[in-house]
Design a protein around this ligand. Structure first.
Ligand code: ATP
Ligand code: MG
Length: 327
């Protein structure tokens, strides 16, 4: 269902009928004295589902979750207003997600897309992820078609530009990245396209990128910051991941995993929850080898339990040799 607040002004030309146009569904305008009960709004119910999913699948991230709720409230009220015929401009939903690797940016983008879709802001709950190489061509004349192809793929959903600052290379006088930025500017401004752009990357580089591109910056309405996780949050994340796969750490393994995290967090290429996921996978590998070598009948309990041996087997504990995450 699309509210009239998201109504599109069709120029009426054949050329304007592209796949990026949202459907227009006219709603009956409510009487001035009517009351709108948001608790019966089907979009509201879908949004609550998505928010509940976000709460249960992601540990911590309190401020991110708060920002997502605020955005949901803005769109819900915008829908409600348009049901009373209160015209206003379509709220801008382009965003930036800044934070370190493995802090949940991609996961939150997927939930954001679901939420924007439930509220009728975009036509499909899909995220199309790109990096510089998907947008910038190697030769003159190749960039615009590449960028337009990416925009077409993302149309009606979310275009997620990972490490967006690589689009801007001030040291290269005639970098094709600039062409991408210009196309994006036009697209982001267009009321007609139901496309949300999310720029993602490290906070400091993103700041430089936005300062150098004020045009882009001014079209980004919501800046969402993802903080690195604390050791305790990472431990909680590991337990969540383990439980999701029908495993469990025993008490000694949990303690060992906490020690593992303290070491791993100090090492190069530490990537927050992504490193936790990789470490858990290596624990599973060691558990499998341990069980095979047991040479006795196995119980369900055996198959479910990760022990401290499965954690201490990590090279992190063995020596100073570096354990790196697979790509
Ligand atoms: N707060 C969290 N609670 C539980 N799991 C999490 C949390 N944050 C991230 N994860 C998990 O960690 C993995 C990496 O998360 P995600 O891909 O969303 O991070 P990212 O910020 O996009 O990382 P990158 O910068 O490397 O692209 C995923 O498997 C995700 O489910
Ligand atoms: Mg990601």
């Amino acid at each position: 269902m699309t509210s009239s607040g998201f109504k599109l002004h069709r120029p009426g030309t054949a050329a304007a009928k592209t796949a990026t146009e949202p459907e227009v569904v006219e709603l009956e305008i409510l009487d001035d004295n009517a009351e709108l009960d948001l608790s019966h709004d089907s979009a509201r119910i879908d949004v609550e589902d998505t928010l509940a999913k976000l709460d249960s699948e992601l540990v911590g991230l309190a401020n991110v979750k708060r920002r997502v709720r605020e955005i949901a409230a803005l769109l819900l009220i915008d829908r409600a207003r348009s049901q009373f015929g209160l015209a206003s401009s379509r709220p801008t939903m382009h965003m930036s997600f800044t934070g370190g690797p493995g802090t949940g940016k991609t996961t939150v983008a997927l939930r954001m897309a679901e939420m924007l879709h439930a509220l009728g802001y975009i036509r499909k709950p899909k995220v199309h992820t790109v990096t510089r190489d998907d947008l910038v061509g190697q030769f003159i004349g190749h960039t615009a078609p590449k960028t337009k192809e990416a925009l077409a793929k993302a149309a009606g959903g979310v275009l997620f530009i990972d490490e967006a600052y690589y689009l801007f290379r001030p040291e290269n006088e005639r970098d094709y990245g600039q062409e991408v930025i210009e196309i994006l500017l036009t697209e982001m401004e267009s009321e007609r396209s139901s496309l949300v752009v999310i720029f993602a990357g490290y906070a400091d580089r993103m700041d430089t990128f936005f300062s150098a591109n004020p045009g882009l910056s001014s079209r980004v309405a919501h800046h969402v910051e993802f903080e690195d996780y604390t050791r305790d949050e990472l431990l909680e994340i590991s337990e969540l991941m383990v439980a999701k796969e029908n495993f469990a750490f025993d008490a000694a393994a949990k303690k060992a995993f906490g020690e593992y995290l303290e070491i791993r967090m100090q090492r190069p290429r530490f990537s927050n929850a992504r490193s936790v996921r990789n470490a858990v996978e290596r624990c599973r590998l060691r558990q499998a080898n341990r069980l095979v070598e047991l040479d006795r009948p196995l119980t369900k309990q055996d198959l479910m339990t990760l022990t401290d041996a499965d954690v201490y087997g990590s090279s992190m504990f063995a020596d100073q040799q570096e354990e790196t995450d697979p790509a």
